[in-house]
Design a binder for this molecule. Structure first.
Ligand code: ZN
Length: 145
């Protein structure tokens, strides 16, 4: 029932760079799957023998992070399918916490920058016009009421 071991996820796991639920999911995979344990072991040995730390490897993977501009374009659906797929993979499979945080920030900024929805603007205007009418009607000569 487990997926194939994913090297990038394992690196993120070892570096504790993944969201909590993803850490838990990988722990489950490791408990249940021999191939996940073997992949983890291999990774740990590679890190121990080489001159690059986990953080270095993780950073190298992060070099494939899309820029903030590309993330913004992804967010509004303005990318070609290939790039959309790549970024979706990066966010949903790799679950790169930097890019996820970046995307969240972009979303928050866009919410702030968004113009007031038309129907809200109109009902506000309607209320204001009505209030204006209600307050001014008292000043009109009786024959105009
Ligand atoms: Zn990233």
């Amino acid at each position: 029932m487990t997926d194939e071991p994913n090297r990038i996820q394992l690196i993120g796991y070892l570096d504790e760079a993944l969201p909590a639920e993803e850490m838990a999911r990988i722990e489950d995979c490791l408990r249940q799957s021999e191939s996940w344990r073997a992949a983890l072991q291999e990774l740990v040995e590679e890190v121990g023998s080489g001159d690059h730390s986990l953080a270095t490897i993780w950073r190298r993977h992060r070099l494939t992070c899309p820029s903030r501009e590309r993330l913004g374009a992804y967010h509004v659906g303005g990318l070609v399918p290939d790039e959309t797929d790549y970024i979706r993979f990066h966010l949903e499979v790799v679950k790169c916490r930097w890019c996820l945080a970046n995307l969240q920030d972009i979303e928050a900024q866009q919410r702030l920058a968004q113009p007031v929805p038309v129907e809200v603007a109109e009902s506000t205007m309607g209320r204001r016009r009505r209030r204006f009418f209600e307050t001014s009607v008292g000043y009109l000569p009786a024959k105009d009421r």
